[in-house]
Design a protein around this ligand. Structure first.
Ligand code: F6P
Length: 362
């Protein structure tokens, strides 16, 4: 009888720890179950190509530095929902059938998908429509998949942002400036809140809690009274202006991404005070950095468990980190249980106790 054959794809924005997860999936599949393992290139886009764009993984693939490297060596995409795939002439076509055909052409016994809630939603629908046997591993630097305490990539992003605050502290003090650090986090403020606490921020702005420029000024004035003339402000990219509008950066190809709230806050503060501000936008440094130990460990544990699920034919499940161990939940639950920062979260209370300004009247 021939070996079982499984596929792996990474989908959505990349992050630290994806290569560690792929490595772990390969080791478990090969060493324990003698499965043949194929990496699909560029997420679902690999299934659209003919022949399917896939590479067989071997022990040699992982002989080098991959465990330590950010991003995903298989490639990924966070553009183009396959059900409404953008064409060059600005129209949209449904590519789902091609993906399903591509999947079946490989005669896979299962597919591990590593993605965030958006990717899981798409792949869940593809799997349902096309009889694809999938299990999911959650990854997102935003850490907003509620069914798992941690998703791959989050710790690395927090670590990068914390190091940035460490580096900004000295220059803030040298010049008596307010250094504003803008971090990622599309809808949730977990990165800003965690890094802000770890990196000693004086002000943390997250989309879940309303702030005011006057509130920030009050905080800076109270620091001045204690003879502290410099400060660190961390702001999540999804924080809105006081009037409720989002700050977006429009690229020349028409793509729009969050970005620029740091500059906006700096402008407002410099208009109303004599505080000198400087802004650092971390951007994709948070995604491409070498994964932290925690992310490598989480990714490795998820990979092993995901392969065990495939081997037991337990499809349509998402692995999750819960109470110091890996568990599994239906993918639907992974998608449904969105988690942003809530007032009752311990870290909110922690930040407040550390005298950090988070917003008004909280
Ligand atoms: O959702 C993950 C994320 O990194 C967000 O925090 C950020 O807004 C977005 O992706 C950036 O996407 P892109 O890689 O397309 O610039």
């Amino acid at each position: 009888m021939s070996n079982k054959k499984i596929g792996i794809l990474t989908s959505g924005g990349d992050c630290g720890g994806l290569n560690a997860a792929i490595r772990s999936i390969f080791y478990r599949a090969k060493n324990k179950y003698n499965m043949d393992v194929y990496g699909i290139r560029d997420g679902t886009a690999g299934f659209i190509k003919r022949p399917v764009d896939a590479v067989q993984l071997t022990h040699k693939t992982f002989g080098g530095y991959l465990l330590r490297q950010g991003g995903t060596f298989l490639g990924s995409t966070n553009k183009g929902n396959p059900f409404k795939f953008p064409t060059k002439d600005g129209k949209h076509v449904d590519k789902s059938k091609e993906i399903i055909e591509g999947y079946h052409s490989m005669k896979l016994d299962g597919l591990v998908i590593i993605g965030g809630d958006g990717s899981m939603q798409i792949l869940k629908k593809l799997a349902k429509d096309g009889g694809m046997k999938i299990v999911a591993i959650p990854k997102t630097i935003d850490n907003d998949v509620g069914a798992t305490e941690s998703s791959i990539g989050f710790h690395t992003a927090v670590d990068v942002a914390t190091q940035a605050l460490d580096n900004l502290q000295s220059t803030a003090a040298s010049h008596r400036r307010s250094m504003i650090l803008e971090v990622m986090g599309r809808d949730a403020g977990h990165i800003a809140l965690n890094a802000g606490i770890a990196g000693g921020a004086d002000i943390i702005l997250i989309p879940e809690i309303r702030y005011s420029i006057n509130g920030i000024i009050k905080k800076l004035n109270s620091m001045k009274k204690n003879d502290i003339q410099h400060s660190l402000i961390i702001v999540a990219e999804a924080v809105k202006k006081e009037d409720g509008s989002r700050v977006l950066h429009k690229y020349i190809d028409g793509e729009q991404r969050l970005g620029g709230i740091g500059d906006h806050i700096a402008k407002e503060l410099m208009k109303k005070t004599d505080v000198e501000c400087r802004v650092t936008t971390l951007g994709h440094v948070q995604r491409g950095a070498p994964p932290t130990a925690t992310d490598r460990i989480l990714a490795s544990a998820f990979g092993v468990y995901a392969v065990d699920l495939l081997n037991q034919k337990k499809f349509d499940r998402m692995v999750a980190w819960n109470n110091r161990r890996v568990v599994d939940v239906p993918i639907d639950e992974g998608i449904k249980t969105y988690k942003n920062v809530e007032r009752k979260d311990s870290l909110v209370e922690t930040a407040l106790s550390l005298d950090i300004y988070l917003g008004d009247n909280i």
